[in-house]
Design a protein around this ligand. Structure first.
Ligand code: ASP
Ligand code: MG
Length: 289
């Protein structure tokens, strides 16, 4: 099985969700890890910041704005009114949960619940969209198997045991979808793997499931020899070792979350960086040699 992670811009609009759905709709067994639609986690973080300052009305306005955006997305994404309505029901549930959070005392427990909604919503949107196009998928709740220990580090034994159990429950299923970034902590509360942590989820799950490959799909055709936002005419590097890649990530290569290499390296699972908008481009392969 392959693990395929799509980042926020890769699912940043109804058109992009449809495009990713086409990329994953084939017979190859895969676990698809999604991070929230671009802009959502920032919006949720802003709402959490307002709530922690006690600005309830500001937060409520922003919750309403984000909800409208998602209801609009649902309206554009589905061709059948039945699917759109199903999606809207889920969206309204997520946002009534947020409105409920806004009404009670705010702590870091509530903050994590707020931050988790982007990944929970986008995976549901994708699952329903695939169903509408006649493609069967299973939505696996990451909160059942992604867990950190009392030091805040991924609890690899728990993740391995429970992710395998979740997947093995459906031996004939080809496409699994789950949330990046979110997890439970040692106390069982909703938590996350830090901003940008969906890459880490993909790598941890790739390691847990002994995946044949971990693919990180973003909006650039691999890791470049220089920062393309600063330097013109950069070229993608086609091959890197795990050590080279983790150094580059630590020194700020934005394409990859720095922690993401280690789980893959420990189980020697190749990581491929691919471009959602140019799916046949070779990208960058990170492996043992
Ligand atoms: N959605 C989360 C964030 O924006 C996680 C991720 O994108 O990897 O930080
Ligand atoms: Mg994101």
């Amino acid at each position: 099985m392959k693990v395929m992670k799509f980042g926020g811009t890769s699912v940043g609009s109804p058109a992009m969700i449809k495009h990713v759905a086409r990329l994953i709709s084939n017979e190859e067994p895969k676990l698809v890890v999604l991070s929230a639609m671009s802009g959502t986690t920032n919006a949720l973080a802003a709402i959490a910041a307002e709530l922690s300052r006690g600005n309830i009305s500001g937060a409520s306005d922003d919750i309403g704005t984000l909800e409208s955006k998602y209801l609009e997305t649902a309206g554009q994404l589905y061709f059948s009114e039945g699917s759109a309505e199903k999606a809207r029901r889920h969206i309204r549930d997520s946002f009534s949960l947020l409105k409920g959070v806004a009404e009670r005392p705010f702590s870091s427990v509530e903050e994590k619940i707020v931050l988790a909604q982007g990944e929970l919503i986008v995976t549901m949107l994708m699952h329903l969209y695939l169903a509408e196009t006649g493609v069967h998928s299973m939505l696996l709740p990451a909160l059942e198997f992604m867990r950190t220990d009392k030091n805040g580090e991924p609890d690899m034994r728990f993740i391995r045991r429970n992710a395998r159990k979740a997947v093995n429950r459906y031996p004939h299923n080809r496409i699994f979808i789950t949330q990046g970034y979110i997890c439970r902590n040692a106390a069982g509360e909703v938590d996350n793997l830090q901003r940008g942590g969906s890459d880490y989820t993909a790598s941890l799950l790739g390691a847990a499931l002994d995946a044949s490959e971990i693919q990180i799909w973003t909006d650039i055709d691999g890791l470049h020899n220089n920062d393309p936002r600063v330097v013109s005419s950069t070229v993608p590097v086609r091959r890197l070792t795990f050590d080279e890649a983790s150094k580059l990530a630590h020194f700020g290569a934005k394409i990859l979350h720095p922690t993401c290499i280690l789980p893959a390296k420990l189980r020697n699972i190749p990581v491929r960086l691919l471009d959602t908008m140019d799916p046949s481009a070779p990208g960058t392969l990170i492996s043992d040699s």
